[in-house]
Design a protein around this ligand. Structure first.
Ligand SMILES: [Ca+2]
Ligand SMILES: [Ca+2]
Ligand SMILES: [Ca+2]
Length: 218
Protein backbone atom coordinates (compact mmCIF):
# COMPACT_ATOMS: atom_id res chain seq x y z
CA UNK A 1 0.00 0.00 0.00
CA UNK A 2 1.39 3.35 -1.01
CA UNK A 3 0.33 5.69 1.82
CA UNK A 4 1.40 8.77 -0.11
CA UNK A 5 -1.34 8.07 -2.69
CA UNK A 6 -4.07 8.20 -0.01
CA UNK A 7 -6.17 11.26 0.89
CA UNK A 8 -5.07 13.39 3.83
CA UNK A 9 -7.73 12.09 6.31
CA UNK A 10 -6.58 8.51 5.70
CA UNK A 11 -2.98 9.52 6.30
CA UNK A 12 -3.92 11.33 9.52
CA UNK A 13 -5.84 8.25 10.70
CA UNK A 14 -2.84 6.03 10.00
CA UNK A 15 -0.57 8.41 11.93
CA UNK A 16 -3.01 8.47 14.84
CA UNK A 17 -3.15 4.66 15.01
CA UNK A 18 0.64 4.43 14.91
CA UNK A 19 0.96 7.09 17.64
CA UNK A 20 -1.49 5.27 19.91
CA UNK A 21 0.37 2.00 19.33
CA UNK A 22 3.76 3.43 20.17
CA UNK A 23 2.70 5.65 23.06
CA UNK A 24 0.39 3.18 24.80
CA UNK A 25 1.89 1.64 27.93
CA UNK A 26 3.19 -1.79 27.07
CA UNK A 27 1.56 -4.64 28.94
CA UNK A 28 4.66 -6.78 28.50
CA UNK A 29 6.59 -5.10 31.30
CA UNK A 30 9.70 -7.09 31.83
CA UNK A 31 9.24 -7.53 35.52
CA UNK A 32 9.13 -10.99 37.01
CA UNK A 33 8.62 -12.58 40.39
CA UNK A 34 12.18 -13.69 41.03
CA UNK A 35 12.15 -15.45 44.39
CA UNK A 36 9.58 -16.44 46.98
CA UNK A 37 9.81 -17.33 50.67
CA UNK A 38 6.45 -18.90 51.44
CA UNK A 39 7.08 -20.46 54.85
CA UNK A 40 9.61 -18.44 56.85
CA UNK A 41 10.97 -19.73 60.12
CA UNK A 42 13.19 -16.83 61.12
CA UNK A 43 13.21 -13.04 61.26
CA UNK A 44 13.71 -12.34 57.56
CA UNK A 45 12.42 -8.77 57.61
CA UNK A 46 14.77 -7.83 60.44
CA UNK A 47 12.20 -6.31 62.76
CA UNK A 48 13.52 -8.31 65.71
CA UNK A 49 10.77 -10.91 65.88
CA UNK A 50 9.75 -13.91 63.85
CA UNK A 51 6.24 -13.83 62.46
CA UNK A 52 4.91 -16.38 59.99
CA UNK A 53 3.11 -13.66 58.06
CA UNK A 54 5.45 -10.72 58.43
CA UNK A 55 8.55 -12.67 57.44
CA UNK A 56 7.21 -14.06 54.19
CA UNK A 57 8.80 -12.28 51.24
CA UNK A 58 8.56 -11.93 47.49
CA UNK A 59 11.41 -10.64 45.34
CA UNK A 60 10.83 -8.89 42.03
CA UNK A 61 13.43 -8.56 39.23
CA UNK A 62 13.47 -5.92 36.51
CA UNK A 63 14.66 -7.72 33.37
CA UNK A 64 13.79 -4.78 31.16
CA UNK A 65 15.98 -1.98 29.78
CA UNK A 66 14.43 0.89 31.72
CA UNK A 67 13.75 1.73 35.37
CA UNK A 68 10.28 0.72 36.55
CA UNK A 69 8.07 2.74 38.86
CA UNK A 70 6.75 0.03 41.15
CA UNK A 71 3.79 2.05 42.37
CA UNK A 72 1.94 0.73 39.29
CA UNK A 73 2.42 -2.86 40.43
CA UNK A 74 0.59 -5.07 42.88
CA UNK A 75 1.05 -8.52 44.37
CA UNK A 76 -1.65 -11.01 45.18
CA UNK A 77 -2.11 -14.76 45.43
CA UNK A 78 -4.57 -16.87 43.51
CA UNK A 79 -7.21 -16.90 46.21
CA UNK A 80 -9.71 -14.13 45.62
CA UNK A 81 -9.20 -10.86 43.83
CA UNK A 82 -7.86 -8.81 46.72
CA UNK A 83 -4.44 -7.32 46.33
CA UNK A 84 -2.02 -7.89 49.17
CA UNK A 85 0.31 -4.98 48.57
CA UNK A 86 0.76 -2.03 46.26
CA UNK A 87 4.47 -2.00 45.59
CA UNK A 88 6.71 1.02 45.87
CA UNK A 89 10.07 2.38 44.83
CA UNK A 90 11.99 2.23 41.58
CA UNK A 91 13.72 -0.90 40.31
CA UNK A 92 16.61 -0.21 37.95
CA UNK A 93 17.32 -2.54 35.02
CA UNK A 94 18.85 -5.77 36.25
CA UNK A 95 18.11 -4.97 39.88
CA UNK A 96 15.79 -6.66 42.35
CA UNK A 97 13.59 -5.45 45.19
CA UNK A 98 12.23 -7.57 48.00
CA UNK A 99 8.84 -6.97 49.61
CA UNK A 100 8.05 -8.44 53.02
CA UNK A 101 4.82 -9.72 54.46
CA UNK A 102 5.09 -7.11 57.21
CA UNK A 103 4.82 -4.39 54.54
CA UNK A 104 1.69 -6.08 53.22
CA UNK A 105 0.20 -6.20 56.73
CA UNK A 106 0.94 -2.50 57.25
CA UNK A 107 -0.53 -1.60 53.86
CA UNK A 108 -3.66 -3.66 54.58
CA UNK A 109 -4.07 -2.00 57.97
CA UNK A 110 -3.77 1.40 56.36
CA UNK A 111 -6.43 0.62 53.75
CA UNK A 112 -8.87 -1.24 55.98
CA UNK A 113 -8.31 -4.73 54.54
CA UNK A 114 -7.92 -7.97 56.46
CA UNK A 115 -4.34 -8.11 57.68
CA UNK A 116 -3.36 -11.39 56.06
CA UNK A 117 -0.01 -10.25 54.68
CA UNK A 118 0.88 -12.06 51.45
CA UNK A 119 -0.95 -15.12 52.77
CA UNK A 120 1.31 -17.53 50.89
CA UNK A 121 -0.16 -20.97 51.48
CA UNK A 122 2.37 -23.41 52.95
CA UNK A 123 0.72 -26.21 51.00
CA UNK A 124 1.58 -24.45 47.74
CA UNK A 125 0.25 -21.31 46.15
CA UNK A 126 0.10 -19.24 42.99
CA UNK A 127 1.29 -15.64 43.09
CA UNK A 128 0.59 -12.90 40.61
CA UNK A 129 2.38 -9.68 39.79
CA UNK A 130 -0.19 -7.27 38.40
CA UNK A 131 0.33 -3.95 36.65
CA UNK A 132 -2.17 -1.12 36.62
CA UNK A 133 -2.04 0.58 33.22
CA UNK A 134 -3.64 4.02 32.88
CA UNK A 135 -6.51 4.03 30.40
CA UNK A 136 -9.01 6.70 29.31
CA UNK A 137 -11.82 4.55 30.79
CA UNK A 138 -9.95 3.97 34.05
CA UNK A 139 -6.96 1.81 34.71
CA UNK A 140 -6.58 -1.63 33.16
CA UNK A 141 -5.11 -4.45 35.22
CA UNK A 142 -2.72 -6.80 33.49
CA UNK A 143 -1.12 -9.86 35.06
CA UNK A 144 2.53 -9.56 34.04
CA UNK A 145 3.85 -12.65 35.82
CA UNK A 146 2.45 -15.71 37.56
CA UNK A 147 4.41 -18.13 39.71
CA UNK A 148 3.26 -21.36 41.32
CA UNK A 149 5.16 -22.88 44.20
CA UNK A 150 4.52 -26.39 45.45
CA UNK A 151 4.10 -27.81 48.94
CA UNK A 152 7.73 -28.87 49.36
CA UNK A 153 8.94 -25.42 48.25
CA UNK A 154 6.92 -23.65 50.93
CA UNK A 155 8.65 -25.32 53.87
CA UNK A 156 10.59 -23.74 56.72
CA UNK A 157 13.11 -21.27 55.32
CA UNK A 158 13.23 -22.71 51.81
CA UNK A 159 12.88 -20.24 48.98
CA UNK A 160 12.15 -20.80 45.32
CA UNK A 161 14.09 -18.69 42.86
CA UNK A 162 14.25 -18.13 39.12
CA UNK A 163 17.50 -19.27 37.52
CA UNK A 164 18.05 -17.49 34.19
CA UNK A 165 20.91 -19.85 33.30
CA UNK A 166 18.69 -22.93 33.28
CA UNK A 167 15.42 -21.08 32.54
CA UNK A 168 13.79 -22.84 35.45
CA UNK A 169 12.87 -22.49 39.09
CA UNK A 170 15.27 -23.80 41.68
CA UNK A 171 14.84 -24.69 45.32
CA UNK A 172 17.12 -22.87 47.74
CA UNK A 173 17.16 -25.37 50.57
CA UNK A 174 20.50 -24.78 52.32
CA UNK A 175 18.70 -23.96 55.58
CA UNK A 176 16.31 -26.91 55.35
CA UNK A 177 17.54 -29.58 52.94
CA UNK A 178 14.98 -31.31 50.75
CA UNK A 179 15.47 -35.02 50.07
CA UNK A 180 12.16 -35.88 48.40
CA UNK A 181 11.49 -36.71 44.80
CA UNK A 182 9.53 -33.74 43.53
CA UNK A 183 10.88 -31.02 41.25
CA UNK A 184 12.40 -28.60 41.77
CA UNK A 185 15.07 -30.55 43.58
CA UNK A 186 17.20 -28.92 46.26
CA UNK A 187 20.34 -27.02 45.35
CA UNK A 188 21.89 -26.41 48.79
CA UNK A 189 21.84 -22.70 47.91
CA UNK A 190 20.77 -20.13 50.46
CA UNK A 191 17.76 -17.87 49.97
CA UNK A 192 18.87 -14.47 48.64
CA UNK A 193 16.33 -11.76 49.50
CA UNK A 194 17.22 -8.43 47.94
CA UNK A 195 20.04 -9.67 45.76
CA UNK A 196 20.51 -11.63 42.56
CA UNK A 197 19.81 -15.34 42.72
CA UNK A 198 23.46 -16.24 42.89
CA UNK A 199 23.91 -19.56 44.61
CA UNK A 200 25.68 -19.12 47.92
CA UNK A 201 25.98 -22.45 49.75
CA UNK A 202 25.88 -22.60 53.51
CA UNK A 203 29.46 -22.87 54.74
CA UNK A 204 29.95 -24.95 57.86
CA UNK A 205 31.99 -23.31 60.60
CA UNK A 206 35.55 -24.55 60.39
CA UNK A 207 37.14 -26.25 63.32
CA UNK A 208 40.42 -24.42 63.58
CA UNK A 209 43.13 -26.25 65.44
CA UNK A 210 46.29 -24.81 66.97
CA UNK A 211 48.20 -26.68 64.26
CA UNK A 212 46.13 -24.90 61.54
CA UNK A 213 46.88 -21.52 63.10
CA UNK A 214 50.62 -22.20 63.33
CA UNK A 215 50.67 -23.36 59.72
CA UNK A 216 49.65 -19.82 58.61
CA UNK A 217 52.77 -18.33 60.15
CA UNK A 218 55.38 -20.82 59.01
CA1 LIG B 1 10.22 -10.43 61.45
CA1 LIG C 1 3.07 -19.01 54.50
CA1 LIG D 1 17.20 -13.25 45.27
Amino acid sequence: MNLLSKPLPVLLLCCLILAVFWLAPQAQAELIINEVMGDPFQDWDGDGTFNYRGDEWIEVLNEGPVAEDMSFYWLRDSYGDDFHLQLHGIILPGEVAVYYGSEAVAWQQLHGYSTLGFSINNGGDTLELVKSIPDPGGSVLVVVDTVTILDHEAEDDRSSGWDPDTNSWTLNDALNPYTGGFDPQGTSCQPSPGRANDCVPLVAAENTTWGDLKSHYR
